[in-house]
Design a binder for this molecule. Structure first.
Ligand code: AMP
Ligand code: MG
Length: 422
């Protein structure tokens, strides 16, 4: 099982800024997964573990971008129509090409190779919509540019160039690019094996009866989905009670089979928060007190030598902490490149006060305003336990540390969930 080598989560100082937390993680976390080959149909969403170099030029030969007539530009009258005999025909995939001669045109179809001929052959293709057929002749209008509608060899990809880079997460078009350069398989990072627990005496499995004081466990399902979306192989290890011995035994047992252990709840400072002490007993634990809202401290550590992430219990804090801090950490463990998600500037539709020196993420949904732009509206209830506020939101507005007052109409950075949660 892959392991971290040293106490990589150690940090000093009381309150850590988000940028500092991200920098520490990106400086200290090393990939823990090996690589494996996968067939292209299984490659979507996986992290590439090799640079893919094209052995071929794409296109492999000059060819036509349209259905039409291949001509020698020098044969065309710049001021009037040119009437040329059609001396041959080429379709896509045709092996044997006709020889083109000056003063003639070749009927050609999209993707068909431009035939050879005098002076390198025809260099320009007239779209058939711009031609008139006159028996076995074609009449070509003036005004076309030399080289129009002719694709050059290697204009898309040059042989020897890197078309996909190690560490990138494969999207549909990336899978297609691998196929376009002739690959049947690609090398990807093995899925990170994550053992997932939730903790709390009040938690019950959805579908069971709820006695007074109990609630259904939602975090385990949220986190399972977030991890799966990142490409992890998640092992759902159920609910742990608030009992030190049980938590400790479960984490100890799970560490041998996983690359990463994740829990939710039980990491704040109450006396029923046993996850913290259980991890301390088995390895190391650091409570990172981040200068953020929402989000309690996040617990980072090692159970033995296996990395450990203790997420908060409050459902909103879970999601926000996961998306902003844990997601880049997991991508790194899987050998992914640090690709910060894109945020978009939108107009704030509300006033908001915030504390200085901490970063705040406000749940918001987007509405189209009269000018066709987007305005972000805030959910009225914003407690860290209000899961329905996340359900109603399209993403998070990111308010920087130095801001203390936001006024409606100001431009803000919006992080859509679609950028970070699949
Ligand atoms: P804790 O951090 O364990 O003190 O939990 C903080 C709050 O989050 C409490 O109100 C818990 O009941 C709630 N909570 C903790 N774990 C879960 C969970 N898995 N699903 C839903 N709510 C939870
Ligand atoms: Mg708890």
């Amino acid at each position: 099982m892959a392991q971290l080598s040293d106490d990589c989560f150690a940090q000093g100082g009381p309150l850590m800024r988000v940028d500092e937390a991200r920098r520490l993680l990106s400086d200290t976390i090393v990939p823990v997964t090996a690589s494996e080959p996968v067939a292209l149909h299984d490659a979507l969403g996986r992290i590439l573990a090799e640079d893919i170099v094209s052995p071929v030029d794409i296109p492999p030969a000059p060819n036509s971008a349209v259905d039409g007539y291949a001509v020698f530009h020098a044969d065309l009258d710049p001021d009037g129509n040119t009437r040329l005999p059609v001396s041959g025909r080429v379709t896509a995939g045709q092996m044997k090409l006709p020889e083109a001669t000056r003063g003639s045109a070749i009927r050609i179809f999209t993707g068909a190779r431009l035939p050879a001929g005098e002076k390198g052959g025809p260099d320009t293709v007239m779209m058939q919509e711009d031609c008139e057929i006159d028996g076995d002749h074609v009449v070509v209008r003036p005004g076309i540019k030399k080289g129009a509608n002719a694709r050059e060899i290697g204009e898309d990809v040059k042989a020897g160039s890197v078309v996909l880079h190690k560490g990138q997460k494969l999207r549909p078009q990336d899978v297609g690019q691998a196929a376009a350069v002739g690959r049947r398989e690609v090398l990807v990072s093995r899925r990170l094996k994550v053992g997932l627990f939730s903790t709390g005496d009040e938690l019950r499995e959805p579908g069971s009866d709820l006695e007074p004081g109990a609630i259904y466990d939602s975090n385990r399902y949220t986190i399972h989905a977030l991890l799966t979306g990142l490409g992890c192989a998640v092992d759902d290890l159920g609910i742990l009670p608030d009992k030190f011995d049980v938590v400790r035994a479960a984490l100890d047992e799970a560490r041998g089979r996983h690359d990463l252990l994740v829990t939710s709840g039980g990491v704040s400072v109450g006396e029923e928060d046993h996850v913290k002490s259980a991890v301390e007993a088995l390895g190391k634990l650091h409570l990172w007190r981040l200068a953020v809202k929402p989000g309690r401290p996040i617990a980072l550590g090692q159970v033995g030598r296996v990395p450990f992430v203790g997420l908060p219990g409050n459902p909103v804090a879970v999601v926000v902490t996961f998306l902003t801090i844990v997601r880049p950490l997991i991508l790194r463990l899987m050998g992914g490149k640090d690709a910060p998600p894109h945020t978009f500037r939108v107009r704030a539709g509300f006033d908001h006060k915030k504390k200085k020196d901490r970063r705040e993420w406000v749940r918001a949904h987007l509405v189209e305003d009269a000018s066709g732009g987007l305005t972000a509206e805030k959910f009225p209830r914003d407690g860290a336990g209000i899961l329905s506020s996340l359900v109603a939101a399209d993403g998070l507005i990111e308010l920087p540390e130095d801001l203390t007052r936001l006024e409606a109409g100001a431009m803000v950075e919006f992080l859509p969930f679609s950028e970070v949660a699949q």
